[in-house]
Design a protein around this ligand. Structure first.
Ligand SMILES: [Zn+2]
Length: 287
């Protein structure tokens, strides 16, 4: 799933390639991808792209006439830039292609989504805050005004495991399952630690890990074409998706435990004093 660093890089890429161009047409290839109906998608044609931004994991393509095309790639969605976009609109069907935006010079992009759970979402709105998932976003961890004090206030009194806090978009915007694993590994912190129990020193370490991990990931993918971002994300991860491999920091074996609707990966030596975390779902089944 694309998270803050990949969406940021896509925004930078689109800003360089699409800004100043007029939209030739925009087409949804599936009934479910477009979440808004007013203004209609057809109204985008003829408008000039004036900027590309990001809200958490949402891309925001704005036009000279004040419209915002907001894109959430969800778990299995991706954006594919094409210098020569096929001139025919996409056809509804079983193809992973769900949306196509064509520009005046023949370039543009396709949005694709693999798998059967179609959750990629596109919104056309006058104000990004009209998108429910954007309106409820917490602060952006890469914003200049996101300080250690900001983080401390977000964690204060919160009786939630820190892993859950980090990937909750309403608390902090843009971090998902992969980068929360990476941040906690960099902070040498147990994913099950309760947010409210963090000392000021813990908060300072976690703050540095958040800024450092995300900034590094953004820098690694800067300048890469949209097509290369996915591979770059995978190769840059230290623990996420690497259960059974050696921890790059200490050599211990990276472990995996279920968490919420998926799994998390961590290093016992670096993060949990060498003790493997109990798989709560498994132990519940065994009772
Ligand atoms: Zn380790």
């Amino acid at each position: 799933m694309p998270e803050l660093p990949e969406v940021e890089s896509l925004a930078v890429f689109l800003r360089a390639h699409a800004t100043g161009h007029t939209v030739a047409r925009a087409d949804a290839a599936s009934f479910s991808v477009l979440k808004t109906f007013d203004p209609p998608l057809a109204s985008l044609a003829g408008q000039v792209i004036s900027g590309v931004g990001r809200h958490g994991k949402f891309l925001d393509i704005s036009t000279d006439q004040g419209l915002h095309l907001i894109i959430h790639l969800a778990r299995a969605g991706w954006l594919r830039w094409r210098e020569d976009l096929p001139s025919t609109p996409p056809k509804p069907g079983k193809s992973p292609l769900t949306f196509r935006l064509a520009l005046d010079d023949g370039s543009g992009f396709d949005l694709t989504e693999q798998g059967t759970h179609k959750r990629l979402a596109v919104y056309l709105v006058h104000d990004p805050a009209d998108v429910p998932g954007v309106a409820t976003l917490g602060p952006d961890p890469l914003a200049a005004d996101f300080t250690a004090d900001t983080l401390a206030s977000l964690l204060f009194g919160r009786k939630m495991q820190i892993k859950g806090v980090l990937r909750d978009q309403r608390i902090i915007a843009g971090i998902g399952n992969a980068y929360s694993d990476e941040v906690l590994h960099a902070a040498k912190m147990s994913p099950f630690k309760i947010a409210a129990s963090l000392t000021p020193d813990d908060v300072a370490v976690l703050f540095d890990a958040i800024k450092g991990t995300l900034t590094e990931a953004v820098e690694r993918s800067a300048g890469l074409a949209a097509a290369d971002l996915k591979g770059e994300k995978k190769s840059g991860l230290r623990v996420h998706g690497r259960a059974g491999q050696a921890c790059p920091a200490c050599g211990d074996t990276i472990r995996e435990v279920s968490f919420a609707d998926s799994a998390l990966q961590y290093c016992p030596t670096c993060q949990t004093n060498g003790k493997p975390l109990a798989d709560r779902r498994l132990s519940r089944l065994l009772k």
